[in-house]
Design a protein. Sequence first.
Length: 173
Amino acid sequence: MRKLVWMAAILVPALLSASGHEAAGGHTDFVPRLVNFLIFVGIIWYFVAEPVKNFFTGRTAEIAGRLEEVQNRLKETKKAKEQAEAAYEQALKTAEEIIEAAKKESQLLAKKLDEQLVAELENMEKLQAEKMEVEKRQLVRKTVAEVLEELFRGDAIGMDEKKFVNLIMKKVA
């Protein structure tokens, strides 16, 4: 496209001058103008071409550097994501193991507590039975002591068996 524009810029004036559109004197100044134009373009190209090339080369290098930096960050991010996912999976496994161990431990503790409670209840029942036996003996001794004291104090020495049993029954009741 660019070449076509340049060709048109050069050929159109040449074609116009060849068709007889000459200036008033019959001569045209097309060739000197063309030479001046080419010299102007050459000077512009000489001074501007190198900085323009350098600008675009630098810009290309800058864009390539940024692209590489972004790709490196992307790789690092992917790597960090993979590591985080692996750590997450490991944490889930560890959590499951901890939960399972806690369940087993709670079952063992519950069983142990049940055994301790059963043993403690049995001990308490034995202690209560022993205490009741001791109380019963003390009550019998006290009753016998009171009956004997009453017998020795009063006229109960001449009592018959029936009265003696009634007296003991009154004290026990």
